[in-house]
Design a protein around this ligand. Structure first.
Ligand code: TRP
Length: 336
């Protein structure tokens, strides 16, 4: 495989990434980096503006924290380019050019757009940039001409538009500037969709999300982890140790399945009324505190000054590739 370049990113709407972000995408990035892929790991601050334009400065602060979480999770800035989207202006230029060749219908049909539109309520509150979200994402990707883009399954509609825009560009200007890239979506669906610690009003586990306040953050201290797990949802009818549990519907048991080598025995005991929820919570806490230990250790190794340096170096590396692509794009379109 000649092209080993990979690009991916996350929006900077929250300052802390959680286990769901890790299992859904970051874990894959780290594995690919360690397999020798040439990684470009971006923090998408401009994309954050589509929903948080009133809190623009907050996005900038979040972006630094997200970059720290990337490193904490194992992204090595010596190996991978770690950068903030807005530091590489080529993203804005390519976005503008793509916005001219992207049919409106493609964007209006995007399921993520329809969802966000509903959340906002009225079109008066809906920024123009929200519709163009996948166009900006396409620019992010194609600037690096990657072999593939590792993301969570929710991003698939955006990736499809990206390959469609690439094909349309090539066709319109008669040059093969862009090759199709692969969607690298985690194969292990169960792991990728780690549930939150709570359940909805019907007692069904739901996804991990800041808005539900059901997260385990990658930067959580051991005390925070313990406190969160203490409140986690378990079998509602299991009041005593001897009551039978239903591990399939219990958040703590779901985590044991993902992170405990001994989960099968723990599940059997839960079902048989041979273990209490307190014991499972205690064991899970120990396991997750250990799992996140290297994250905490890596995070403790750098301060705010060193993160700025890392981001400046990352942007420089990104710009080298991005500006070469822009030269090709301008030449293909005949815009000088
Ligand atoms: N839309 C992605 C998300 O919500 C973030 C993103 C922006 C991205 N640009 C990208 C992901 C390019 C992959 C490639 O997390």
């Amino acid at each position: 495989m000649a092209n080993r370049r990979i690009l991916s990113g996350m929006r900077a709407t929250n300052p802390r990434l959680h286990l769901g972000n890790y299992e859904g995408a970051l874990r894959n990035w780290v594995e690919m980096q360690n397999d020798g892929f040439d990684m470009f790991c971006m923090v998408a601050d401009w994309h954050g503006l589509t929903t948080m334009y009133e809190d623009s400065a907050e996005i900038s602060r979040n972006a630094r924290e997200v970059a720290k979480d990337y490193i904490a999770a194992g992204i090595d800035p010596e190996k991978s380019a770690l950068f903030i989207q807005s530091h590489v202006k080529e993203h804005a230029e390519l976005h503008l050019l793509f916005s001219m060749i992207t049919p409106l219908g493609w964007l209006e049909r995007t399921p993520t757009y329809k969802e966000k539109q509903q959340d906002l309520g009225t079109t008066e509150r809906e920024p123009y940039g929200l519709l163009g979200y996948p166009v900006l994402q396409t620019a992010d990707i194609l600037l690096y001409k990657p072999y593939g883009v590792p993301v969570g399954r929710d991003q698939a509609p955006h990736l499809e538009i990206g390959n469609d825009i690439a094909a349309r560009f090539n066709r319109l200007y008669g040059v093969e500037v862009f090759q199709p890239y692969k969607y690298l979506i985690p194969e292990d669906e169960n792991r990728a969709k780690v549930p939150g610690l709570d359940a909805d009003e019907n007692g069904v586990l739901r996804k991990m999300s800041k808005s539900y306040d059901n997260c385990i953050y990658l930067s959580a201290t051991p005390d925070e982890i313990a406190e969160h797990i203490k409140k986690a949802f378990t079998t509602p009818t299991k009041l005593r140790k001897t009551d039978p549990g239903v591990p399939e519907g219990c958040a703590v048991c779901q985590y044991l399945k993902l992170y405990s080598p001994d989960w099968q025995r723990q599940w059997d005991e839960d079902r048989a009324g041979e273990r209490g929820c307190m014991q499972s919570k205690k064991e899970l806490t120990e396991i997750l505190v250990e799992f996140l230990r290297p994250f905490r250790e890596r995070r403790a190794q750098f301060d705010d000054g060193s993160i700025e340096e890392i981001l400046a170096k990352g942007a420089e590396k990104a710009r080298e590739v991005a500006s070469a692509t822009m030269s090709e794009v301008r030449a293909a379109m005949g815009i000088y």
